[in-house]
Write a protein that binds this ligand. Sequence first.
Ligand SMILES: *Cc1c(COP(=O)(O)O)cnc(C)c1O
Length: 352
Amino acid sequence: MSDYMSSRFSSLTPYTPGEQPKDKKYIKLNTNENPYPPSQGVIDAIGSEQLESLNLYPDPTCSSLKKVLSEKLGVGQENIFCSNGSDEALDFAVMCFGEKGVVFPDITYGFYKVFCDYSGYSWSTIPLKEDFTIDPSDYCDLNKLIIIANPNAPSGLALSKDAIEEIVRTNSKGVVIVDEAYIDFGGESALPLINKYDNILITRTFSKSYSMAGGRVGYAVGNPALIADLLTIKYSTNPYNIDRLNLAAATQSIIDQEYYDKCTEKIKKTREKTKEELKKLGFEVIDTQTNFVFAKTDKVYGKDLYLRLKEKGILIRYFPGERTGEFIRVTVGTDPDMDSFIIAIKEILEEK
Ligand SMILES: *Cc1c(COP(=O)(O)O)cnc(C)c1O
């Protein structure tokens, strides 16, 4: 750290992104990216017309993207905030609504606490139940900012819309953020609640089900007053938060919905097959609704499985900790990727 770092940031522990090693070619099953490329339409949308306009700033209102999203979601454009990855929408939402304190499950997306620390807000966690599910009654009447990933990560488990509604209804003095990064792979969206309650904000991303992790585009949906607050932060920090090329790409990906629905169906099929294979090998597999599988075996610890798989050219994730240390989280790749993964797991178990 330099001598010049502002004191309010000097003790910040930043988020550690999943590893993106360059030493050799891995089968990458560690950061929940989509194994399929973007649609041909998206590749064409970042064509010479956009490239030749790179001298011009992008549209700060993101109107093309808001237009297709509002048609897809059946909400007004004033209900949508477009962001640089959903991480930015989550960060801004914590800045806007976290002053009275922030609450989220003890096992969830690791970035939430970093956003709170960065904003200087206090946060606390509520333990998941023994089976990794969320008990909605734990989150009632807190009247703080609540963040729930639905489906949750790394468990992959989802809450019903009714359970989310109970939390939103009983926290009228606090905002409830529902992080729907994985909603296209399963679970029930809370989207219908945004017209009924003024304290729910839903965040979504193009990184997973739209094959655009490299593009950094996400969005939030909610009451227009909440959206206006997010815009205040955006226009106070980075008005051109989505670049011209990725604005065009994300817009086209919504137009090409049919292609993405097909890819999502393939991933869900591969996921179910992978779950069955792991169960046959004696793994306990959580009933995931996402594009990753959370599973454990009593034969090899999570970190050891990670290390052995890495030697074999396959990257996955493990989560140190009392309740999660035995588990591995494996992104669902293509069928051949998952065949290689299962073969490697068999070899490792046989060596034991
Ligand atoms: C991947 C992910 C995000 C962030 O995605 P972006 O790439 O920033 O859009 C947010 N929440 C959860 C739970 C995620 O897994």
